[in-house]
Design a protein. Structure first.
Length: 94
């Protein structure tokens, strides 16, 4: 399926933000929370697909590339299921 340039940009933004948030969380030893909503559902849909497409290996490599992996081992990084993320959203939407 062909994706428009605009939707691809949102997808790429989602991936970039996920990597940036993971690096920040690594540096501050905090967790990453998926932003919940936006005013434009289609854009957010592609952004979220980009966010969710980032793999654990890509996160670890990004942290290493930024030279921030020296102080804290990357073993603590773990993925969670989509269902787990949706459960957090449901609680927050109440």
């Amino acid at each position: 399926m062909a994706v428009s340039k605009w939707n691809q940009e949102w997808y790429d933004k989602g991936r970039a933000q996920r990597l940036a948030e993971q690096l920040k969380a690594h540096q501050t030893k905090t967790s990453v929370h998926l932003p919940l909503a936006t005013h434009h559902a289609t854009a957010f849909s592609f952004w979220r697909k980009g966010w969710n497409s980032v793999t654990l290996d890509e996160i670890k490599q990004h942290i290493r590339d930024e030279g921030k992996a020296n102080s804290v081992p990357l073993d603590y990084l773990a993925t969670v299921s989509y269902t787990h993320l949706r459960a957090h959203e449901t609680v927050l939407d109440l």
